[in-house]
Design a protein around this ligand. Sequence first.
Ligand code: 3UK
Length: 541
Amino acid sequence: MSTTAHIDTFARDNLPPVERWPEFRFDVPEVRYPARLNCAAELLDRMAARSGKRIVIRTPDGQCTYAQFMAQANRIAHVLVKDMGLVPGNRVLLRGPNNPMMAACWFAVMKAGGIVVATMPLLRAKELTEIVTKAEVSHALCDRRLDAELIAALPSCPTLKTIRYWYDDAPDSLDRLCVGQPEQFSNVDTAAEDVALIAFTSGTTGKPKGTMHFHRDVVAMCDLFPRSCLRTNADDIFCGTPPLAFTFGLGGMLAFPMRYGASTVLVERLTPDALLETIQKFRATVCFTAPTFYRQMAGLAKNYDLRSLERCVSAGEALPDATRQLLKQATGIEIIDGIGSTEMIHIFISHTPERVRRGATGYAIPGYEATVLDENDKPCSPGVVGRLAVRGATGCRYLADERQKNYVISKGEMRGWNVTGDAYSMDADGYFFYHSRTDDMIISAGYNIAGAEVEGVLLAHPAVAECGVVGVADEERGQIVKAYVVLKPGNPKDAAMLKQLQDHVKNAIAPYKYPRAIEFLDVLPRTETGKLQRFKLRTQA
Ligand code: 3UK
């Protein structure tokens, strides 16, 4: 590793031991970078120098150019260093909705050599405390409107000493402190392998895990999926829902458009209707969101002029084919599905719209290899369900966490491969088919049943708005399949409907997969990133 620019070496000191690292592969030339690399210089300054007058951020209240955005990031970087005493390598908590200050703060921290720890807007004091404690966060920049939970967390966060708020007019607010700061800043000359961000993922239930990504990884995610599958160009206008604190959103809502001189529409809170309106109003060409949003958008699309929209990216959970078909009928657009993870930083299996294969997430995109492993870490034959494993330009490095050994294989033939925790099969052409999370597989009377498959079938029924399928304990069968169903308005929650849905599944797939129990709900439990919380359904059962 080249010489670090970090004076505070906490992140480097808490990387996993080298023998536990994934193997990194730089097979595509786009991801071979020099030893010194600051991702803010690469994504922001370089584009500001080349096309400073182009628009980078659009919001309902106005827009700004690359040059203006760089100037703002530079002013904040001065505040971080001079007023807040940031030292390279310090961890900086960022807390805000998707707005221009959140984005500028992100780049300011990169420029000053800090490490971003971004948090989802809905996190509460308890979760913030866990993150601050684990990452030994020393500084925070926070949207004033989201201060309550941060303030509530402070008594239990002794490392966090310096906080400034933005969108605030107090004399010591970030906005005020920025006034009069120089518009130039000389970026800390970070190593490509200095940690740039620690992204937390809660997994399904357990304690949050911090995943560490280098400056190199941030640039690499921009040079892989957005180039090969999305084919981003400078005239693209991106929009969508994932928070900047989620690496899906960091890429799709900020870093990807910037890498290509394109622009992004940042909106703080979006419903399916508001997202459609945003596409119409800003003439957006690219949309990033989760499957449930696409499903609802398909039903509302006729009310909007969506002619500008060219490409839609879905990630976060499995995209049911029924949803893909609904959006296609409504807009003509073939969704680009992609599986990514916080550990891998972004998408590694996906497809171009032309190379879509029904029911598949896609193929390993250039820069990654993928395979399906059996319980002995041997590759499965085509069609056989096993554990998905990947390796490539990015990979998993947990911050001081024993669970590194669960994500990265550390011995044998497959040493260095990342295991995502998903049950997949691969066909003879290298397309990957999602079955379930490995811990969510339902085993009923000896049959392996993937909840997502049953969900996909139920979603194709005209009365079903949303559904979640889990295994619940059963004396006779070990587990039975249980479906939680949200019906579309106007459908009766009665025994006839129950029977109709069961018959619908029996007719579509192997009858042993049908839900022996069905419960009607008004809403399904979901995470802020749009994932169905199956564990909540299981405990409810
Ligand atoms: C699941 C999918 C089927 C899968 C993410 C794109 O979701 C992201 O990161 P997380 O750490 O979760 C990772 C897990 O989510 N998943 C994601 N996408 C798909 N399952 N089909 C999909 N298309 O279980 C995976 O292991 O929250 C997604 C980019 C960046 C991300 N962080």
